[in-house]
Write a protein that binds this ligand. Structure first.
Ligand SMILES: *Cc1c(COP(=O)(O)O)cnc(C)c1O
Length: 548
């Protein structure tokens, strides 16, 4: 007589991939995946939303329990698929919401394989050639971004925020050697622009720098750091005797695709090191989690233009290339494959020009007695994470192989072409104005105005003239109403889902400028969907009227 537990065990064994070749079981495994895909497919419709654009389900914590009895694999799948109900389909050309890409099939397979076989990328002793994938992607990115592949290094981590955390950690160790042991006892600052990502503050808090010590340098109307102010603010910090944990250049700001002038920032940093005879070189990090992908155009001949992009696209690509080609001047670079590299979340890496910088943050080997007994590649010596997934590197590798430079050029070039087309239309109409027309990415920030407003003069006046405060706030409100109109139509399957940013930037007199935002990331985008955005705006204007 078998003990009762054996029955459970025998049943559950079928829920695991078989350890020894079993093609029939594998076919069933594949079938289970197909079933999940079919169930999700049944949720698809014409709109960019899976299932019904649902009212939020009620969540009652006290009703959540683990059942006594197992359920079948099929029932489990069905419950999981239910959780996708109401999700946006990022790959839908009518979804233009944010910098979230639809992942490619190879990147999904790249993520699935390590999910099945479960390598731990702390060291190659337990992950073998999956660890090699991390090293290969690092070397490919070093080559693309013009770092010396033998001198440079890199690791995958948990998102763009993680890349900033690593850079800040390295920079702190340069400014305050030994601070990982002794603690941060002197004031240290992070310097970035006021368009930089809020993750800089997160990181300052987590590193013990303190988010009050993030110095935000004002930016130009084109959303790039004012380098003359950067210089004077850095000078103040150094004169006070405070330490600079890192200077962050943002290449591709989140809302507007502003690009900081890295060459100028590097020159200022180097000059101040001499002038103040610093005994350390403040770490210069490029937060290029969005912009990195445009480096495929570094060696693209824009004059010959072999891929045949239209003239306005070529101009846009040239505008980006002019800044992106300087990335190699940074000490480290943050890269999100899950933004402009079309992989699933999470796939991010920090690339360092000198791999010795990673040595600065290594732990003492005596602290990790059970690790690193064999093998030769041990990123776990310096990574924050102990268990490290193979998902990020394998997904990234998949897309770098799949796309090649020309594939990524074609994808990005198309997204930019669509954004340019939208901007062109918006600029051509009296009731709309593009706010970031000197930024050259896939994102368009714009404002819509009621009838009778001179959109040649007013946008600039709003930004600079305090007497326009009431007018600005009124138009802010008007844009919120337009947004809600567009949104509710889009969720009914009409029009396009775009987003709203409460503070695209502040006016010179300190008020937030509300903007509508179209972020085109779908490879399925095309002119007809650009027209659909415009159509949605005109209809929303009709419904909102002029009374606000
Ligand atoms: C998205 C973003 C981040 C944060 O990256 P996550 O991957 O979301 O953690 C940091 N910096 C910039 C400029 C970003 O756009």
């Amino acid at each position: 007589m078998n003990p009762a537990y054996r029955e459970y065990l025998d049943q559950l064994r079928l829920s695991f991939p078989q350890p020894v070749s079993d093609p029939i079981h594998d076919a069933w495994f594949g079938r289970c995946v197909m079933q999940a895909l079919e169930q999700v497919d049944a949720l698809k419709n014409e709109t960019p939303v899976l299932g019904t654009p649902s009212t939020k389900p009620e969540f009652v914590p006290s009703e959540c329990h683990i059942d006594d009895e197992p359920i079948s694999l099929e029932q489990t799948t069905r419950q999981l698929v239910g959780h996708l109900n109401g999700m946006f389909v990022w790959g839908h050309p009518r979804a233009q919401i944010n910098v979230i890409p639809p992942p490619t099939i190879p990147s999904l397979i790249g993520g699935l394989l390590p999910s099945i076989y479960n390598p731990n990328l702390a060291s190659d002793e337990s992950s073998f050639r999956i660890a090699l994938a991390e090293r290969e992607v690092t070397a490919m990115m070093a080559d693309l971004l013009q770092f010396d592949p033998d001198q440079s290094g890199g690791v995958f981590t948990f998102g763009g925020t993680g890349t900033l955390l690593y850079a800040g950690r390295i920079g702190l160790e340069k400014a305050l050697p030994g601070c990982s042991r002794s603690g941060v006892r002197e004031r240290a600052v992070i310097v970035c622009s006021d368009c930089a990502h809020y993750a800089n503050r997160t990181v300052a808090g987590w590193l013990g720098i303190g988010d009050e010590n993030v110095i935000e340098v004002p930016s130009t109307p084109d959303n790039e750091i004012r380098t003359c102010l950067l210089e004077s603010m850095l000078r103040d910090v150094l004169q006070r005797g405070d330490k600079v944990a890192m200077i962050v250049a943002t290449l591709g700001t989140t809302d507007a695709f502003g690009l900081d002038d890295l060459a100028a920032i590097r020159e200022i940093r180097d000059r101040l090191v001499d002038e103040f005879s610093l005994d350390y070189v403040p770490h210069l990090h490029a937060d290029a989690v969005i912009g990195w992908a445009w480096s495929v155009f570094n060696d693209y001949d824009l004059d010959a233009n072999p891929l045949g992009f239209r003239h306005r696209t070529v101009r846009s690509l040239a505008g980006t290339k002019r800044r992106i080609r300087d990335l190699h001047l940074a000490d480290s670079i943050g890269i999100d494959f899950h933004k402009t590299g079309f992989t699933p979340y999470v796939s991010s890496m920090i690339l360092v020009r000198e791999k010795a910088d990673l040595g600065l943050i290594a732990r003492n080997p005596a602290a990790m007695p059970y690790l690193f007994q064999s093998g030769e590649y041990h990123p776990g010596m310096y990574t924050l994470e102990t268990s490290r997934s193979g998902f990020g590197p394998m997904a990234a590798l998949a897309n770098l192989l799949l796309f090649g430079k020309n594939g990524l050029r074609a994808l990005l070039g198309h997204l930019v072409t669509m954004a340019e087309s939208l901007a062109e239309h918006l600029e051509g109409h009296a009731a709309t104005t593009v706010l970031n027309s000197e930024n050259f990415g896939p994102v368009t920030l714009f404002r819509v105005y009621p009838d009778g407003i001179d959109t040649f003069e007013v946008p600039k006046q709003e930004r600079t003239n305090p007497a326009m405060r009431n007018e600005l706030l009124r138009v802010n409100e008007y844009n919120r109403r337009i947004f809600h109109e567009i949104q509710s139509e889009a969720l009914q399957g009409r029009g396009v889902v775009i987003s709203l940013t409460d503070c695209y930037r502040e006016t010179d007199y300190g008020e937030p400028i509300v903007a509508l935002k179209s972020y085109i990331m779908s490879p399925f985008s095309d002119e007809e969907y650009v027209a659909a955005v415009l159509e949605s705006i005109w209809q929303a204007r009709e419904r909102v009227g002029n009374d606000s």
